[in-house]
Design a protein around this ligand. Sequence first.
Ligand code: ZN
Length: 262
Amino acid sequence: MTGLPIAGRWFERSRVDHAITLLWEPHVIPLMRCNIWHVRGRSRDLVIDTGMGLASLTAAIDDLLVATERPVTAVATHGHDDHIGNHHEFADVVAHAIEAPLLLDPPLRSLVPREAWGDDAIDALEAMGYPMPDPYFVDALPAGFVMDGFRQRPVAAVRTVGEGDVLDLGDRTFEVLHLPGHSPGSIGLWEAATGTLFSGDAIYDGPLLDELPESDIQAYCLTMERLLQLPVEVVHGGHDPSFGRSRLRELATAYLRHRRAP
Ligand SMILES: [Zn+2]
């Protein structure tokens, strides 16, 4: 028994505009609470990242998906635990080749942080500014969730994408940007026509993680320099609230100052 309460509703959502909806899991601890984006297109919808995988995402966004018979592409901005939990619910899954193995065999097998990741990883995260006092990654559970034997479910197949590939929704197109640093196969989705960037964990308005075992600070610096060149109107990140170009400049230049300090 975990002693955790049962949440009445697992996903919360907020409409960003006529086509974009943000979903999140309020009972997941802040470090692991990723932004889940639904983008409605004329002939195809996108779901960008899918959360922890403790409750059905497709059931939660049923009303967004069933209005028409549009196919859905589920994009993984990268393969970290908090972004890939529900990709198995989608037939068309897209990720960078470097991250694909994490979707095909998700490593997360416990909701107890030190069991899931090991003491060294937790100690390192705390040193990076993410205190992890919580006994679980969650402060409640979805109805019907069984803790014993939990593991994230694998996807059946991944369609791999890389720099310059295009996801065409009929009335809007997103170009894949390879944005390594946080993880080697991190990608963003860039819509030049509107200046919209879905950035995953390449940039968001919170402490960035660049000292994970798979992180690469030099690559991250190059990614930040690249992001500074993009004519961005809005960034929808993998965590935290969305922001505009001036905040992007602040975040990217602060990162470069910190990591390129003499
Ligand atoms: Zn991540």
